[in-house]
Design a protein around this ligand. Structure first.
Ligand code: HEM
Ligand code: HEM
Length: 184
């Protein structure tokens, strides 16, 4: 995760992936927390709605891998000189934690569903589980999925607060470099 010294803003693809995934992930998180409202357990609609959440989650997982590969191959803009060393360190580690959550969310859900007899239907296509029906393993990964969802939400709140602080208080161009079209 190098900080390139030349670029002053993120590239178009990085910006596109950031906002596409940002909006989609917020939607998927809301969908996850509302699953029981939308389709209560033991109702006929439950399986279809859960499988929609799983299918969207897998697509998002693939997009997240694409984003990480893109990120690893492209330099990112250097921090503005006005940013203190502790702020740079905090941003770096916060972003890394966001990437970890972005990976753990789809992976934990995917692994959990392969240790359940329900398996998963990817937009209607049955994907036979590659693991045995083991409720304890399912519960472990499902628990990880749920716990990470809360950590992810906390990290996103902090991330948005920091972004708004850069935009509205510091006016240091950090927000603009991730916003399409803005230069400052
Ligand atoms: C980026 C991708 C994903 C995000 C952000 C996400 C988010 C969430 C959230 C916020 C919840 C609610 C947690 C709670 O009950 O407190 C949830 C539940 C759930 N997710 Fe995901 N999810 C993702 C991908 C997946 C995938 C790929 C699968 C399976 C293939 C999956 C399966 C489930 C299941 C089965 C539940 C219900 C858990 C339960 O209530 O016992 N999710 N998800
Ligand atoms: C699910 C929601 C979001 C996720 C997972 C997310 C994740 C990330 C990550 C991982 C980075 C680091 C990019 C890199 O250097 O590789 C980043 C940068 C950034 N994000 Fe977000 N983001 C989300 C939502 C938002 C929102 C809603 C805003 C604005 C209010 C925002 C503003 C920014 C800005 C300004 C940067 C650039 C910071 C810099 O220059 O390093 N993000 N985001």
């Amino acid at each position: 995760m190098t900080q390139g010294a030349d670029a002053t803003r993120y590239g178009r693809v990085s910006i596109l992936l950031h906002w596409l995934l940002g909006v989609a992930l917020l939607g998927q998180i809301a969908f996850g927390f509302l699953l029981d409202e939308i389709a209560p357990r033991n109702t006929p609609s439950r399986a279809g709605v859960i499988n929609l959440h799983k299918s969207i989650g897998i697509v998002l997982g693939l997009l997240i891998v694409a984003r990480i590969v893109w990120r690893a191959r492209h330099a990112v803009p250097a921090w503005p000189a006005s940013m203190a060393a502790w702020q740079r360190g905090a941003a770096l580690w916060w972003h890394r934690a966001l990437y970890v959550c972005m990976l753990v969310m789809p992976l934990s859900g995917y692994i959990a569903s392969n240790f359940s007899k329900h398996g998963l239907r990817f937009f209607g296509v049955v994907l036979k589980p590659w693991g045995p029906d083991l409720p304890q393993v399912y519960a472990l990964f499902n628990g990880l999925h749920i716990a990470t969802a809360f950590l992810f939400c906390a990290l996103i709140v902090g991330h948005v607060a920091a972004a708004l602080m850069h935009a509205l208080i510091d006016h240091d161009g950090v927000f603009a470099r991730m916003w399409p079209g803005l230069t400052r």
